[in-house]
Design a protein around this ligand. Structure first.
Ligand code: SF4
Ligand code: SF4
Length: 414
């Protein structure tokens, strides 16, 4: 059996063999025989809405003794929780801001964290002793800025549908009101390249595993809240400094702003058991379909319906755009990737909403449909995870390992 120490030595001397999960799956689909001699590390990843996200920030606000202790704080209008350390008379505020907190219906914690990572100035308002203190800070001004997830990168999600006759106007699983009678499905998850899907027994992923979070260096803390053996998820942390703004951000749902997070996890190929787990394909990953209102299971399909034969990238055809007075696609794009017409791919997460909201069908991309019984399929109208982003992060991690810039650590020792 190979060891992670041995693999780290190969990273150091430049002989390590790395594949992305997508590359390995392609070999498997081609019928190629892959052995542990052919690959040392497989990079896995996921990208999507992850509500269980917060950041701990230490923010300089005023001179020492300007105020005794912050009582309330807002960052670009997003309410934050001062503390737990009181920082008496220091003029700075330690605080926690939730990825799901929001200033208004179109700006929340996810947008704020992206703004910080992008280097944009953030307005800080502090209330203390019946006075208001204002500051403008950038990420550079913060000595401590750390993102933490409480539950993220689930091994498996459920697709959600609305079986009732009436639309559901407000849910984090839709962008527009979710229409009833099984006419729309919302999906999350990256199927065969998801980290835990490729290490289902959590043989190598655990406390201390070195990963990329939003493109920056991070570590797994362990499993997250409500994680179970059958439905595990991860809790991880990373410094905001070093993250890639295009790998994170805000996402507007019909229930308000949500937070986009990504991670890439290296899986060392130690033996045939590792490769066996790494061989899972979309069509083998179960995808339960459940009632969006109460999560009652209604059917089970697979991620093959979501990612095989569909288009992971959404494209715009300018020849079809009729230049409406008010662009309906822009109004509903959950990431602000459209102003009018063309897609800004720094923000687009290929969710597919614009393929339905533009009356001229100027955006195209097949999203697939989910069979819920032998005679009925529910069209997918929203993807809350981006396979394209997850694959990009897997590629980035692969190249960092091959260049000797990233080493394996984890609960498995060397
Ligand atoms: S809604 Fe469609 S057709 Fe109208 S301006 Fe936007 S992209 Fe063009
Ligand atoms: S697919 Fe369309 S609606 Fe979705 S993020 Fe991209 S541009 Fe916006």
């Amino acid at each position: 059996m190979k060891t992670t120490g041995g693999i780290n030595a190969k990273i150091r001397n430049g002989t390590v063999l790395v594949m992305t999960a997508a590359e390995l799956k392609q070999h498997i689909r081609n019928g190629d025989t892959i052995t542990p001699d052919d690959v040392d590390v497989v990079t896995t990843g996921t990208f999507g809405v992850m509500s269980g996200t917060y950041a701990v920030l230490s923010i300089p606000v005023a001179k020492k003794k300007a105020f005794f202790k912050a009582e309330r704080v807002w960052l670009n209008g997003v309410p934050a929780v001062p503390g737990p350390c009181p920082n008496e008379n220091l003029g700075l505020v330690d605080l926690i801001v939730y990825g799901t907190a929001h200033a208004n219906a179109s700006y929340g914690g996810g947008h704020l964290l992206r703004d910080l990572v992008q280097g944009n100035p953030v307005d800080v308002v502090v209330k203390a002793e019946q006075k208001t203190f204002n500051a403008s800070v950038t990420l550079e001004d913060l000595e401590f800025a750390r993102l933490i997830t409480t539950r993220s990168a689930f091994k498996n999600y459920s697709a959600l549908v609305n079986p009732r006759s009436r639309p559901l106007n407000s849910t984090i699983f839709s962008v527009t009101p979710m229409q009833g009678r099984f006419t729309e499905a919302s999906v999350s998850g990256c199927g065969e390249i998801n980290p835990l899907e490729n290490d289902p027994a959590m043989r190598v992923i655990g406390p201390g595993t070195h990963i990329l979070v939003n493109g920056g260096e991070g570590y797994v803390m362990g499993t997250g809240t409500r994680s179970s053996a059958g439905r595990p998820n991860l809790s991880f942390f990373a410094d905001l400094k070093g993250m890639d703004p295009d790998m994170m951000g805000g996402f507007i749902t019909s229930a308000g702003p949500e937070c986009l997070v990504s991670c890439a996890v290296p899986i060392p190929v130690l033996d045939n058991e590792s490769l066996s787990a790494l061989s899972v394909l979309h069509e083998q990953v179960p995808l339960p379909v459940a009632d969006v209102a109460d999560r009652t299971p209604l059917a089970v399909t697979t991620y093959g319906e979501v990612w095989n034969g569909t288009d992971p990238v959404i494209r715009f055809d300018p020849s079809l755009c009729t230049s409406c007075e008010s662009c309906a696609a822009a109004a509903r794009c959950p990431t602000g990737a459209i102003t009018t017409g063309p897609i800004n791919y720094h923000y687009c997460v290929h969710c597919g909403t614009c393929t339905f909201t533009c009356p001229a069908h100027a955006y195209h991309g097949r999203l697939g449909s989910l069979p819920i019984n032998p005679s009925q399929k529910v069209p997918v109208v929203l993807r809350q995870s981006s396979l394209t982003h997850a694959k990009r992060l897997c590629e980035r991690l692969k190249h960092q390992i091959m260049k000797g810039e990233f080493f394996l650590t984890g609960p498995f020792g060397e």
